[in-house]
Design a protein around this ligand. Structure first.
Ligand code: F6R
Length: 607
């Protein structure tokens, strides 16, 4: 959350910062700002509420400079207006921040007592004021920066510059991502290497607690006590392809359509296509694991919930799925033989990362299922199992989710084989099911126009309920989450069997109920739930397959028929396409901001 980009020794820093902000906008888009040290020796600053385009309109390209810092904000303290937008300034200091300074009230009171005044409600301005205060009190810059950081509690990444000192950017990482990089005589800091891709030649992925002084000709990293710290400088990825929308109206639509391809690519990393078996090259031995803890947030945690059914069914492996924000504060009790799997698109979600650290500290084997290969989780886990979805720009997760499911399905087969629950034939049959996924997903995408017309009717709904059983219960949760986050319609997902235990009270004439009901072993049970809600006036939309569609004829209001699938493993992945398209088109009909829905950010790096 919040994106930071900074540079020094850059030919045209204003252009670098603006381009960097556009690439980081997925991290937050409540407001944006840029400050640079002009050739006139002054610091120039522009800030605007809303998206980066609003800021761009304010910039003055005539003001040149080689050192600057910039920020795109996801508001924590203070409403998203101009006054609260970063960079914040105090005296000679200009500073941007991602994270939360927990003790900012105490620090602010001290600084007010020392005669300082504040112009925003942010915790960030307090850091700028403290740094400036220490400089004004005569401390050398380096010492003042270390002393400032020593007073801060919380999780943060910071970048600062000092008026009259254009040759250095001050940085720090504690609990939020930050990379330092250099290239062509310039130094850079950024929340994500993507911001400076193409400019950076070598990069350091900073570690927790690192304090950094970035200069055009060197990157100096020290510890909290000022002792030099050695970090590996690696070649920066040459080009991180900046995603383009192509012919699609939104990134989300494009990413939904990319799924057959990226699911295929992810499968290739887990499956030996020649012999039709799982490749198991990841070094995880599920035979040695007595219980698998799966931890994630939001959509990633729903992927974990689907996988729970698979690991238990195929491998007889007990699984416990947790939401990271609960798990990390619960003092979880561990059993001998526990291993922990963390699911995250970004690999930076604060709660999931802390949960990983907690498990690592407790001595568990930690496995990260991540989409960002350079992320904190990828670097800190014992084992990395990748998803190969490519950059996901739409804030609502789509292709990363189906790639997570694909990788989890392959891991569950691997576990079944390693634990002696799947023989060769069973393994090959499961693998064949998975190999069919890209083709099946293509067929599911062909339902687009039907979903579009259904969506035009549902766009007026004030509440939509989603029902499913077994692996399709988490898909009901995911369908409801997708809908609420991009269309702002109140939606809830329930296990169909739970309906009678309360939620059925919500049903009255015309309430829309989406039932995910492929023709599987539990079809007749789900059918009963359909009848129960229909009897009470619900408008029922069934997401099913060809056989299910025939059986449900006359029993539901609308049928969406997806391709028939052989196994329980493929049904949730195929139904994901339908719930994504439904949410997408409802949002399009409502005219909401599909790719950047209100109040959300792509990477939640604050708890
Ligand atoms: C929903 C969505 C979020 C994320 C969650 C975890 O569409 O995108 O619920 O799934 O914030 O993010 P990652 O996977 O980056 O840890």
């Amino acid at each position: 959350m919040c994106g930071i980009v900074a540079g020094t020794g850059v030919k045209n820093v204003q252009t670098l910062l603006l381009e960097g902000l556009k690439r980081l906008e997925y991290r937050g888009y409540d407001s944006a700002g840029i400050a640079l040290q002009g050739q006139d020796g002054r610091v120039h600053r522009w800030r605007a509420p809303g998206k980066v385009v609003g800021l761009e309109a304010l910039l003055d390209p005539k003001i040149a400079g080689s050192t600057g810092i910039a920020h795109t904000r996801w508001a924590t303290h203070g409403v998203p207006n101009e006054a609260n937008a970063h960079p914040h300034q105090a005296g000679r200091v200009t500073l941007v921040h991602n994270g939360i300074i927990e003790n900012f009230k105490t620090l602010r009171a001290e600084l007010v007592a020392a005669g300082r005044t504040f112009s925003s409600h942010t915790d960030t301005e307090v850091v700028a004021a403290l740094f400036d205060h220490l400089i004004q009190s005569g401390r050398p810059l380096r010492e003042a920066w270390l002393a400032t950081l020593s007073r801060l509690d919380g999780a943060f990444a910071l970048a600062a510059m000092v008026e009259g000192e254009p040759g250095v950017v001050f940085g720090a990482r504690r609990g939020a991502p930050l990379v330092a990089a250099s290239g062509a005589g310039a130094g850079f800091l950024a929340s994500d290497i993507m911001a400076i891709s193409g400019k950076a030649e070598s990069v350091v992925y900073l570690d927790e607690g690192d304090i950094v002084f970035v200069r055009p000709d060197n990157i100096e990293i020290v510890s909290a006590t000022g002792k030099p710290v050695e970090r590996q400088l690696v070649a920066a990825p040459r080009s991180i392809t900046m995603a383009e929308k192509g012919n699609h109206r939104h990134f989300m639509q494009k990413e939904i359509y990319e799924q057959p391809e990226v699911v295929g690519r992810t499968l290739a990393a887990y499956i030996d296509t020649e012999d039709g078996k799982v490749s198991a090259r990841n070094g995880v031995d599920f035979a040695q694991i007595n219980r698998l803890l799966i931890v994630g947030c939001g959509t990633a945690s729903y992927a974990g919930q689907v996988a729970e059914y698979w690991f238990e069914k195929l491998a007889g492996l007990p699984v416990k799925v947790d939401i990271a924000s609960e798990f990390r504060y619960r003092d979880p009790a561990f059993l001998t033989g526990d291993a922990a799997l963390f699911i995250s698109q970004s690999g930076e979600t604060a709660d999931t990362l802390e949960a990983l650290r907690l498990c690592k500290k407790a001595g568990l084997q930690t496995i990260a299922l991540v989409n960002s290969p350079h992320s904190s989780m990828a670097r800190e886990a014992d084992v990395v199992v990748p998803t190969l979805a490519g950059p996901e720009i739409g804030v609502a997760s789509t292709k990363a989710f189906t790639c997570q499911l694909t990788a989890l399905a392959a891991l569950a087969v691997q576990a079944g084989v390693q634990r002696g629950q799947l023989d060769d034939a069973a393994e090959e049959s499961r693998v064949a099911d998975l190999m069919a996924l890209p083709g099946l997903m293509n067929s599911a995408l062909a339902t687009e126009s039907k979903i579009d017309s259904l969506a035009s009717e549902l766009a007026h709904a004030s509440i939509v309920l989603y029902l499913g059983r077994n692996e399709l219960f988490p898909m009901a949760l995911e369908g409801a989450l997708k809908l609420k986050e991009i269309s702002y319609i109140h939606a809830e997902g329930y296990a169909a069997g739970e309906l009678k235990h309360g939620p059925i009270a919500l049903i009255e004439d015309g309430v829309d109920v989406v039932v995910i009901a492929p023709h599987d072993a539990l079809f007749s049970k789900t059918r009963s739930s359909i009848q129960e809600v229909r009897a009470r006036g619900a408008n029922v939309i069934a997401i099913t397959d060809e056989v299910g569609a025939r059986e449900l004829e006359g029993e539901v209001n609308t049928v969406l028929s997806l391709p028939a699938v052989n196994g329980a493993m493929t049904a949730p992945i195929i139904s994901a396409v339908a719930v994504q398209l439904l949410a997408y088109y409802i949002a399009v009909h409502k005219g909401t901001d599909v790719d950047q829905p209100r109040n959300l950010a792509k990477s939640v790096t604050v708890e």
